[in-house]
Every structure is written in structure tokens, then in C-alpha cells.
Design a protein around this ligand. Structure first.
Ligand code: GDP
Ligand code: MG
Length: 162
């Protein structure tokens, strides 16, 4: 069976943009409006001839009210389905309370997760990522999804035998 990778993180951190890069489609809705992708969305990714499934989600907000709760439910379902989880954060916005809440939910869930610091373009990637290390992740990738930067080397690390 193909490995399944779930993309989670607050709205607007760049999940759909990364989904598009990983699947090379424009299927996932990318928008400046928070939380537009409300359902889980599945795509097929290929890397060096190997195939995997990517799940885009509407975003975990750490908030339990209304629509947010539905989006959170969808995201947690995606985490359930996944072999690996990519937890995206916004290297421009910096570390937020919502990021901490998501990190806590993922920890409780216990699925292997990697931290992905996105939007590192236009700044020193290491500087942008520095404050996120307190989330305690051993596996951290620095990318700029909209520039397709760091995505290949991230896939290389996720699929080391490929
Ligand atoms: P989602 O809500 O997590 O799915 O986020 P989107 O993929 O819809 O992206 C939200 C916004 O961030 C859009 O305006 C994207 O163009 C922008 N964005 C995504 N990735 C990057 C990046 O690497 N760098 C910058 N500067 N902007 C990005
Ligand atoms: Mg989206």
C-alpha cells in the first residue's frame, strides 16, 4: 500500500500550496481566506518514481467552536488515516498559541509527525525556524511551498529508501 501523508496546521500556513506542489496539481484550493478548504482532499504524489497519497485538510485551529470543530474533526480523521503527519507552521507569522494547541493534540494522538516551517522565503530560513524548535520536534523541515523550495529534500528525508 502507498504511504499516506497528512498535512495539518492552522488555516493559512500553506497546506494547500504544499499539497499542490506534492501532487503537482492546482486541485487544492489556495486562498488568502482562512479555512477555505473545509473537506479533506486526497491527491497522489510521486517522488523518484514512488507513489504516495497526500491528504490536505481545512486546518486545525485548536478552537472547538462551530465550523472550527468540523474542520478539526476532519483534520484528526486525516491524521488517523495517515502513516506520517506533516505539521505546518508559518515562518512569517511566527509561533502562535494555535500552533502549541495543535502540537499538543498531535502528541496525544501519537502518530509520527514532522514539523514543517513554511514561508521561509525572503528571510534566513534558520532564523525563521528558530522559535519553532521549542515545540520539541526532532524532525524539522524548512520550506517555501509557494516557491517549491525545500520540498524535494523533505520528500527525500520522508522516503529515505527511495
Ligand atoms: P492553507 O490554508 O494552510 O491551505 O494555506 P494556503 O495554501 O491556502 O496558503 C495561504 C496563503 O499563504 C496563500 O496566499 C499562499 O499563496 C501563501 N503561501 C503559501 N506558501 C507560501 C510560501 O512558501 N511563502 C509565502 N510567502 N507565501 C506562501
Ligand atoms: Mg487550504
Amino acid at each position: 500500500p502507498r504511504p499516506v501523508i497528512a498535512l495539518v496546521g492552522r488555516p493559512n500556513v500553506g497546506k494547500s500550496t504544499l499539497f499542490n506542489q506534492m501532487t503537482r496539481t492546482r486541485d487544492a484550493l489556495v486562498a488568502d481566506f482562512s479555512g477555505l478548504t473545509r473537506d479533506r482532499k486526497y491527491g497522489e504524489g510521486r517522488y523518484e518514481g514512488h507513489r504516495f497519497i497526500v491528504i490536505d485538510t481545512g486546518g486545525l485551529s485548536g478552537d472547538d467552536a462551530g465550523l472550527d470543530a468540523e474542520m478539526a474533526r476532519q483534520s484528526l480523521q486525516a491524521v488517523d488515516e495517515a502513516d506520517q503527519v506533516l505539521f505546518l507552521v508559518d515562518g512569517r507569522a511566527g509561533l502562535t498559541a494555535g500552533d502549541h494547541l495543535i502540537a499538543e493534540q498531535l502528541r496525544r494522538h501519537g502518530k509520527p509527525a514532522h514539523l514543517v516551517v513554511n514561508k521561509t522565503d525572503g528571510q534566513d530560513p534558520e532564523m525563521a525556524a528558530a522559535e519553532f524548535y521549542e515545540l520539541g520536534y526532532e524532525s524539522v523541515f524548512l520550506i517555501a511551498a509557494s516557491h517549491n523550495r525545500g520540498v524535494r529534500s523533505m520528500l527525500e528525508s520522508l522516503f529515505p529508501d527511495m
